[in-house]
Write a protein that binds this ligand. Structure first.
Ligand SMILES: *Cc1c(COP(=O)(O)O)cnc(C)c1O
Length: 463
């Protein structure tokens, strides 16, 4: 499979270069040149297949020509064998129409594990093959750092340093990063805010000499490997609940659009998915766009669902590329104008297509709390402040005409304060993580000083 840029001005790449590269040189994002098709027979044959077996078949065409089949299948088996539920992504029925897919049975209790655990292994494999090493540096406000660390811990050819704002991440989030015992992992508690962390990481990436010296890389949400691996659980949902002539709808708690985009890719691959729900918190740029054709940037506000506190959803560009008939030049023009004016303006008819594919939904903090309580009283399920947004949409959005799968993106124990506020009880960690607060922590406290941070990253590379 070859991958093309959404801005149409960069050469097509193979899977390996797409995996390791970030933005295309023309500023676009890589996307598969064509959509492999999943037949009705194939879908039917997956009804009782394991997650790993479905994963191998869904992803095979995307890695074809880059990673050989036996190696890839072994990686997939190893990845999902470490998840703590036998079904990997189990479905729970909440009412006559709505199923909840739990995507929090990986090492950090959030859906990002489902892709990152595999992407880390693929990185290591491709780097080894090429005799290269990578230094991953990232900033986190809590959630994404632990998933990146869990993905990279123990890899031979990758070192990782994560910056988090000192005293501003929750104790569970901090310990999920600082108690990982691997010699290629470093955590820095920066004396500053999350924005400071992010700015210093950006500075490092903008320092070309430093970037080359340490082989700086990222595993961020624009990485095609992540989107690819996320397609799998949409296929699993369809395999369990749908058939070629009996589609399902799906609602997804959305921030950077990476997860719901994978659902759209699944649909393009022929899976019987009718409508996709884009469920947002008070940072509702996508909801405003899909309801009123208004995509104008407002300041990001903090909410009870912090992993969705995003205004510019970077993966949206990939969807635009599709819906604009893969006209890279037109995408380039629209995106440039969006960046400069803060407003997205589309050609006649394009918004109507977006409105047809997706249904939008929003819950502010008050809604998040009251819906967590309602769903607990009605179903007994205690949901986290991200997952509740999709469940609420699944139960309330009249545009869903089929059985709906609501994606559960985090375990409630990751956000105990919000859950306690909603229902008055504190969700416990799953048994396999109960010793999190006994393990020793390992991190360095550092000042907000670029030179010192760069020295730290240099000194902690293993090569
Ligand atoms: C990252 C994240 C999201 C948002 O996913 P996107 O792919 O950025 O849309 C939602 N919920 C949780 C718990 C997350 O960690």
């Amino acid at each position: 499979m070859k991958y093309v840029s959404t801005r149409g001005q960069a050469p097509a790449l193979g899977f390996e270069d797409t995996l390791l590269g970030g933005l295309a040189p023309d500023g676009g994002l890589y996307f598969p040149e064509s959509w492999p098709q999943i037949s009705a027979e194939q879908l039917a044959s997956w009804r009782t297949a394991s997650y790993a077996d479905i994963a191998k078949q869904v992803m095979a065409p995307f890695v074809a020509g880059a990673i050989d089949t036996a190696t890839f299948e072994a990686m997939v088996d190893e990845t999902y064998a470490s998840f703590t539920h036998k079904a990997v992504a189990p479905l729970k029925q909440l009412d006559e129409k709505v199923w909840f897919m739990e995507l929090f049975h990986g090492p950090t209790l959030a859906f990002k594990d489902y892709a990152l655990q595999l992407v880390g292994r693929m990185f290591d494999h491709v780097l080894a093959k090429r005799g290269q090493r990578l230094t991953v540096v990232g900033a986190t406000s809590g959630d994404t750092g632990s998933a990146a660390i869990a993905a990279c811990a123990g890899l031979e050819n990758v070192d990782i340093t994560i910056l988090f704002p000192k005293g501003r991440v929750s104790p569970v989030q901090q310990r999920q990063m600082t108690t990982v015992d691997a010699d290629n992992v470093r955590c820095i508690a920066l004396e500053g805010t999350f924005d400071d962390c992010q700015d210093r990481v950006k500075d490092m990436f903008n320092d070309a000499a430093f970037r080359a010296e340490v082989g700086l890389g990222a595993v961020n949400s624009i990485n095609w490997g992540r989107v690819m691996a996320q397609i799998v659980y949409y296929a699993v949902a369809a395999a369990r609940l749908a058939a070629a002539d009996r589609p399902i709808d799906i609602s997804v708690p959305t921030g950077n659009y990476g997860n719901v985009l994978a659902g759209y890719c699944a649909k393009r691959m022929g899976l019987p998915i009718a409508r996709l729900g884009v469920a947002t918190n008070r940072n509702d740029i996508l909801t405003r766009f899909l309801e009123q054709a208004d995509m104008s940037i407002r300041p990001v506000e903090t909410s009870l669902a912090p992993s969705m506190d995003i205004q510019i959803s970077s993966n949206f560009e990939r969807y635009l590329f599709e819906v604009m008939d893969r006209d890279g030049a037109a995408v380039d023009q629209v995106m440039r104008e969006f960046r400069s004016s803060g407003k997205l303006t589309l050609a006649q008819g394009v918004w109507e297509l977006c409105h047809g594919d997706f249904s939008a939904y929003r819950l502010d903090d008050v809604g998040i709390l009251s819906e967590i309580k309602r769903v607990m009283l009605e179903t007994g399920e205690v949901l986290d402040p991200h997952s509740i947004v999709s469940v609420s949409q699944a139960q309330n959005d009249a545009r869903f005409e089929n059985p709906v799968v609501a994606m559960g993106t985090a375990h409630p124990a990751k956000f105990p304060d919000a859950v306690q506020k909603a229902v008055g009880l504190r969700p416990g960690l799953p048994a396999h993580m109960s010793e999190l607060f006994e393990r020793p922590e390992r991190y360095d406290v550092m000042a907000n000083d670029l030179n010192a941070l760069q020295d730290f990253v240099r000194a902690n590379r293993r090569a």
